[in-house]
Design a protein around this ligand. Structure first.
Ligand code: BGC
Length: 700
């Protein structure tokens, strides 16, 4: 019974007193679940944010669970999980980092790792020890409501960012990371959330597995299973995914947890198995270790009955519990001490530490740097940007210009995003006001309803800065079949254009939108700021007024229209790829020139390959560029993607300065998935490309 308990994860809402606040737990329920059943884990889903979300109250809330676990027969500590997907965002005054799509646009893996380490430290300060992050889904269709949670469409970029985040979360040994959602969750047939996925094994292995491989190599502790169905089986019931791929092929030895309620969903939603108990049998036989049941203890009883009825082998139970306990040992939970506390009044000590740490100046500075580095300049006709701080009149238009929740997106404070006033920070309007000279008049037009007045203001302004985008959403609620801005935002943009003024469009959105095509045709400059978090506004103003030279590069393709979807740069050869802006694209206020792409003309199978290239800042201001090395197969035994990102480096250069960028490609990076779906270093000719330069290399 205790082993089966360990395999059970309940949501904190399960423990709440009838009609109580999210933090009012019922002693009898705590006793029953934690002491009698010995459950292994509790999760704090974002909807369970305490009514007083101060660090002190978080400490109190989490400690209550810890105390009950210490009364359980074997004093087995709990894994205490949460979705800190861009900072520990459910706590008051948290620093809310850019969402992952923006982090990927920085191409700065060191920052990604630092963000993760900071987040883990904040979580650990209130006693949480398991983060359901990073998301390693590879974006395939921007209509998907979780696109912003991804690191974009390239397996290598996702792998680099994701594995550094795993290292960051787990660096101090206090928090376990979770790679999710295993696997191909992003690949639904129609681009919508939790819709069926039909995927070839080739695409599964080429596109969706590499990030997991990298995360596992980085020491990943846990994996969360895909909530949808893949090739006709719910993720949580798939032996092919959970055993053949995850364990046998990828060699993962950590713990696999289901997503929220998904084991129940095997029969209830997917209609696989006649009863809930059948679904539980399927999941644990397939290789699941922990059931994020979330809301009942009946599932634990059913699993116990299944063991007694010999429908689930006890060896399978032992295997799962061993994995769960190993994570707990690795995190040092059996030491039963809370680092940094004296043991006299643990809660008071923790509260003091947490209050100091959470949202401190260091994390804010990092969030601002990340947001600033992510900002991607998509168009800049006649060097409209950067703007002078001495302009006479600037019109700032659009609701997102004066709104913090929109900068943060979903999973910010609440599951579906923050409410007005909940999150501290500057709005873009305030940041712009802080930049300009005393003589500059800033007019703000919150929306486009009063078109004649807006047109008049636009015509009178030296420049109009239109901030458009999305309001927060999470998961399925964020699916957007139209990929379009709201109609009032569209008409606002049209009014500004009709006024004949200089228009700069700033997109604050978690995905590319088809209106980027409109902006490209009608505006002077276009910027994409992704979902930059509560420190993002300052970064946007820095870029607009030239205090920072933008160097974000697209981690995802921007299509010209819906009709092009699905559209990714790494599709197979002969796929038409004519996007509005390609993967990897991004402008700067300076110019860069690449030269001397140097690589040996041939390399032996099994040997690494050194590549170097010189990049020079040929403009008049300092700036960063992202050197991107791509490989394309001149020929091979199977059809191959048009090109594939193999290495990258973000490089800072003073005006006139040159740097030599060096990459070493491991033999595995030269391999391909052959006809029998095995990675092999096949002798062939490949082409290596950086910017406009290309060199052929024979692999012999
Ligand atoms: C999401 C997961 C998340 C879980 C727990 C689910 O709805 O799909 O990404 O970790 O909830 O909050």
């Amino acid at each position: 019974k205790e082993k089966v308990g360990q395999m059970t994860q309940l949501d904190s809402s399960f423990f709440v007193k009838k009609d109580g606040k999210p933090e009012d737990f019922d002693a009898a329920i705590l006793e029953k679940a934690i002491v009698d059943y010995g459950i292994g884990s509790v999760l704090f889903a974002p909807q369970d944010k305490p009514s007083d979300p101060s660090p002190k109250n978080w400490v109190k809330m989490v400690s209550e669970f810890r105390r009950y676990a210490s009364k359980a027969p074997n004093r087995i500590p709990l894994l205490l999980g949460i979705d800190s997907v861009h900072g520990f965002h459910t706590v008051k005054d948290a620093t809310i980092y850019p969402h992952n799509l923006g982090v990927a646009a920085t191409w700065n893996v060191a920052f990604a790792r630092e963000e993760a380490a900071t987040t883990a430290a904040e979580m650990a300060s209130v006693g949480l020890n398991w983060n359901f992050a990073p998301v390693l889904d590879v974006a395939r269709d921007p209509r998907w409501g979780r696109t912003y949670e991804t690191f974009g469409e390239d397996p290598y970029l996702v792998a680099q960012m994701g594995s550094e985040m795993v290292r960051g979360y787990q660096a101090a040994g206090q928090v376990a990371a979770t790679a999710k959602h295993f696997v191909a969750y992003s690949a639904s047939n129609n681009g919508m959330d939790r819709q069926p996925v039909d995927i070839s094994e080739r695409t599964l292995r080429e596109i969706h597995l590499p990030p997991y491989e990298a995360a596992i190599a980085a020491g990943l502790d846990t994996v969360m299973v895909d909530s949808g169905e893949v090739n006709g089986l719910p993720g949580a019931a798939s032996t092919f995914l959970l055993k053949n791929i995850l364990r046998d092929d990828l060699g993962f030895t950590g713990l696999a947890v289901s997503d929220f309620g998904d084991v129940t969903a095997i029969s209830a939603r997917h209609k696989v198995g006649a009863t809930k108990k059948d679904g539980i049998e399927k999941a644990f036989r397939a290789g699941l270790d922990m059931n994020m049941v979330a809301t009942d203890l009946e599932s634990a009883d059913m699993l116990l009955a299944l063991v007694n009825e010999k429908r689930v082998d006890e060896a399978r139970i032992n295997e799962a519990v061993r994995r769960i306990l190993l994570v707990k040992f690795k995190l040092g939970l059996f030491e039963h001490v809370v680092p940094g506390t004296t043991g006299v009044d643990i809660d008071a000590d923790m509260s003091e530490i947490a209050t100091k740490l959470i949202g401190d100046a260091k994390s804010k500075a990092l969030a601002r740097q990340l947001a600033t580095q992510s900002i991607t300049l998509l168009k800049n006709e006649s060097d409209t940007l950067p703007l002078s701080k001495k302009l006479k009149r600037i019109l700032v238009a659009g609701v997102s210009a004066d709104n913090i929740p929109n900068l943060c997106g979903g999973w910010s404070y609440n599951w579906a995003g923050a409410l007005d006033g909940e999150v501290a920070g500057k709005t873009i309007l305030q940041a712009i006001q802080g930049k300009v000279s005393a003589g500059t008049k800033i007019e703000y037009a919150p929306d486009g309803y009063d078109a004649p007045a807006l047109k008049k203001s636009a015509a009178a302004a030296d420049v109009c800065i239109a901030v458009v985008g999305e309001t927060p959403y999470a998961e399925t609620t964020g699916d957007l079949p139209s990929l379009a801005l709201s109609e009032d935002q569209q008409s606002m943009l049209q009014t500004l254009a009709d006024a004949g003024s200089t228009v700069i469009v700033v997109f604050v959105s978690g995905r590319p939108l088809v209106d980027m095509e409109w902006a490209d045709s009608n505006a002077s400059s276009v910027i994409w700021a992704y979902l930059p978090g509560n420190e993002g506004a300052a970064g946007i103003a820095d870029v607009l007024f030239g205090d920072f030279n933008p160097a974000g590069h697209l981690p995802i393709t921007v299509p010209t229209s819906l009709a092009q979807l699905p559209l990714t740069y790494n599709s197979r050869l002969n796929t038409v790829y004519e996007p509005l802006y390609p993967f990897g694209y991004g402008l700067s206020y300076t110019t860069f020139k690449y030269s001397k792409l140097t690589v040996a003309p041939s390399v032996k199978v099994g040997a690494p390959l050194d590549v170097s290239v010189t990049v020079k800042n040929t403009g008049r201001v300092a700036g960063d560029d992202v050197a991107q090395l791509y490989l394309s197969d001149v020929y091979a035994s199977v059809t191959r993607p048009t090109k594939l990102l193999k290495a990258f480096a973000r490089v800072s250069l003073a005006p006139g300065e040159s740097k030599v960028v060096k990459f070493t490609l491991a033999p595995s990076q030269l391999s391909l998935l052959d006809e029998s779906l095995k990675w092999v270093e096949e002798p062939r000719t490949v082409k290596l490309m950086v910017d406009e330069l290309a060199q052929e290399v024979a692999i012999t």
